[in-house]
Design a protein around this ligand. Structure first.
Ligand code: MLT
Length: 410
């Protein structure tokens, strides 16, 4: 008799975004004449930059010729891409990360979900509430938690509330957490962490021999020059942090798939008898055993993001999305909503009116103005009473959505 992994049965429902799609599909079947505006999942709408497409095509052409054809590539990624990342993402911000510390992958979702595999099952996990649901759900699947309680929290996770009171940046805990997930700019609240706040986390991790898993998938949307783009801009972070980066939102690769994870040489974790082990070597072992690399044309396309044209063109797309964010924020504020995020992140985090629940607000928008967003409670119990709009929509849809909301007096 084949037995299942019963930890999956602890999961409270379907994964958030497929669950939203399911409800939206149901609505569309019953209301085929209604035109939906989708601002739920943070999926990009603008095509890849021309410089990226050109490199992508050239990569495909190379695969068509016997002289230039490529089979398996290096599991960790081609050096041409790792070098560009080290230079443009790190060195140009004053951070020295050798290309060898960079692991190319097909997504930060997979990497943030898989990374715990190299850490012991008994680590105490600290996870923000609300946050990108992958951190909690994958911890549950791996048997790192107990059951979910009535208040929506899984036993065995140390939740770090991110609310209006702390500007959606978690307070430093007063006891020991071994592995801390941080995501800045934050999904879903759009908040950012200052240099001082990140330094406090690095200091905490050093004191406690903890590791910070820093998800910086949205760093390209930071507009405030004082806000760090990488945890490695903080002195000492290489001893305590892993960083996840993605081309998905930065360069429109949600359907193309390319990301990278940085694990510094210096980062150590310990055996139960206290022996220090290099974390990078464990991830390299895992990566080369379970992953065969991102396709060559995709890596060529990603490297083109760092050409002069690639930089200009992807920046223009980022500005387009951030103008959407500005319009949404301004429009929602003029409708009387309290709005957060949207200035250093592509997400708008809105407080519902009159204490309406997140899912009730979701239904209200879907049924009355056919706008799809994401209920805040889907990101964790502290997201209850909030709602997330993604600014990755097309401009005409953002404008139309604001018109519909204004006309419906929502
Ligand atoms: C989101 O909407 O939160 C993101 O698009 C999800 C993801 O990046 O996987």
């Amino acid at each position: 008799m084949a037995l299942i992994n019963e930890h999956y049965q602890k999961l409270k429902a379907g994964y958030l975004f497929p669950e939203i799609s399911r409800r939206v599909k149901q609505y569309s079947i019953s209301n085929p004449d209604k035109e939906l505006i989708r601002m739920g999942i943070g999926d990009v709408t603008q095509p890849l930059a021309p410089a990226v497409i050109k490199a992508f095509r050239e990569g495909v052409d190379e695969m068509a010729s016997i002289e230039t054809f490529k089979g398996y590539g290096p599991e960790q990624g081609y050096a041409f891409l790792r070098n560009e990342i080290a230079e443009n993402e790190m060195f140009m911000r004053g951070v020295h990360i050798p290309p060898d510390d960079i692991f190319i992958s097909d997504g930060s979702k997979c990497d943030t979900g898989n990374i715990l595999e190299i850490f012991g099952i008994n680590n105490v996990l600290g996870i923000c509430d609300p946050v990108y649901p992958v951190y909690v759900d994958t911890s549950v699947m791996a048997g790192r938690t107990g059951y979910i309680s009535d208040n929506g929290y899984y036993d065995g996770i140390y939740y770090m509330p991110c609310t209006q009171n702390n500007n959606f940046v978690p307070d430093i805990p007063n006891h020991k957490i071994d592995i801390i997930f941080l995501c800045f700019p934050n999904n879903p609240t759009g908040s950012v962490a200052t240099r001082q706040q990140l330094k406090a986390w690095v200091d905490y991790a050093k004191q406690n021999k903890s590791i910070i898993l820093f998800d910086a998938a949205y760093q390209a949307f930071i507009t405030d020059p004082e806000i760090p783009h990488s945890i490695f801009e903080i002195e000492g972070a290489k001893d305590v942090a892993i960083e996840f980066r993605s081309f998905s939102k930065k360069a429109g690769f949600t359907g193309t798939r390319c990301a990278f994870t940085i694990i510094p040489d210096e980062l150590l974790a310990y055996t139960s008898t206290g022996e220090a082990v290099q974390v990078k070597s464990l991830w390299a072992r895992r990566h080369s055993t379970k992953f065969n690399g991102v396709s060559y044309p995709v890596q060529r396309a990603a490297a083109a993001v760092y050409t002069k044209e690639g930089k200009e063109q992807t920046q223009a797309i980022i500005r387009y999305y951030m103008e959407n964010a500005r319009l949404l924020k301004q429009g929602l504020e003029s409708l009387g909503f309290t709005v957060f995020g949207g200035t250093n992140a592509p997400y708008i985090w809105v407080k519902t009116k009159n204490g309406m629940s997140s899912w009730d607000f979701f239904d209200l928008l879907l049924n009355t103005v056919q706008i799809v967003g994401t209920p805040g409670s889907g990101f964790g119990p502290s997201g209850e009473g909030y709602f997330r709009f993604s600014s990755f929509a097309r401009r005409e849809h953002v404008i139309e959505a604001l018109e519909r909301l204004t006309n419906a007096k929502i």
